[in-house]
Write a protein that binds this ligand. Structure first.
Ligand code: CP
Ligand code: NVA
Length: 305
């Protein structure tokens, strides 16, 4: 419909744009830490549409928009006509005439693609079944803060090949690093669903210990994502050997960091010893959602400052 810039999956932006966003996020974070007013988005409104639950995504977008001088409106399926079958295309046309930017958390990626195709304003993916690009934006910013450039580094992904995993794989192609993936049999990466160009940036390992060997960053996520609750019991059995523990961290690089997008289940995908241990950067990772998304909204609305 138009040339509006959206962030629906990680590869929607270029390596150059990510470089800019990481620099901007660092600057915007400094303003925040110094209690320095920064209001580039005065009078701008963000609509946040949630079809799934959230703590971090809602809070970081809502607080972030407020801190940039704008305002945010929370909508969910239950309380809007979306829950009563109003076509996504119609909702997109109406909502995008009333606000300046939209964030959506929903089920199929196709829903957000259809919304964006009929939106006059930028649309940001706040998690779909396939992708979680804002999470990986925060994760890589966090890695850069702790360890410098991620280019050429190795990330070990242990567990389910879910939305967060798919986004790591796309990010590896855009920013040129490697992902070692270990999933239980039957839960392997589907390259097409992950939206990958080829298999040059990731490698599958049957044994999670082998995936962790020498990795600069070890990361995992829940065994059962939102929308897949019916598979929970089966997944609890299938994923038993894919728990990130001290043994796995001990074969990673000595200065490896541990990340988890949260919420976490201690005793399932990660031990308390690891997530609460010295290599874990999960609290910085969660906080950085705020800073990177402020940089992202500023960029999508105003371009480079
Ligand atoms: N990591 C993340 O997106 O958390 P929420 O589900 O709480 O938004
Ligand atoms: N993979 C998880 C991430 C939650 C932030 C889910 O989709 O439920």
């Amino acid at each position: 419909m138009s040339t509006v810039k959206h962030f629906l999956q990680f590869k929607d932006l270029t390596v150059d744009e990510f470089g800019y966003l990481f620099e901007r996020a660092a600057e915007i974070k400094r303003y925040f830490k110094n209690y320095q007013l920064y209001h580039p988005l005065v009078d701008r409104t963000l609509a946040m549409i949630f079809e799934k639950q959230s703590t971090r995504t809602r809070l970081s977008f809502e607080a972030g928009m407020h801190q940039l001088g704008g305002s945010a409106i929370y909508l969910n399926t239950r309380d809007t006509q979306l829950g009563r079958g109003e076509p996504v295309e119609d909702a997109a046309k109406v909502i995008s005439r009333m606000v300046d930017i939209v964030m959506i958390r929903t089920f199929d990626q196709e829903i957000i693609e259809r919304f964006a195709a009929h939106s006059r304003v930028p649309v940001i993916n706040g998690l779909t079944n396939e992708y979680h690009p804002c999470q990986i934006l925060a994760d890589i910013f966090t890695f850069i803060e702790h360890r410098g450039s991620i280019k050429g580094k190795t990330v070990a992904w242990i567990g389910d090949s879910n939305n967060v995993c798919n986004t790591w794989l796309q990010a590896a192609e855009v920013l040129d690093f490697n992902v070692h993936v270990s999933t239980p049999p039957g839960y392997e990466v589907e390259a097409e669903r992950a939206g990958l160009y080829d298999d040059t940036h990731y490698e599958h390992f049957a044994d999670p210990m082998d995936a962790c060997r020498g990795a600069d960053l070890v990361t995992t996520d829940v065994w059962t994502s939102m929308g897949f609750e019916a598979e929970n019991e089966e997944r609890l059995r299938d994923f038993q050997d894919w728990q990130v523990d001290a043994d796995m961290m001990s074969v990673a690089a000595p200065d490896a960091v541990f990340m988890h997008c949260l919420p976490a289940h201690r005793g399932e995908e990660v031990t308390a010893e690891v997530i609460d241990g010295r290599q874990s950067v999960v609290w910085d990772e969660a906080e950085n959602r705020l800073h990177v998304q402020k940089a992202l909204m500023e960029y999508l609305l105003l371009g480079r400052s």
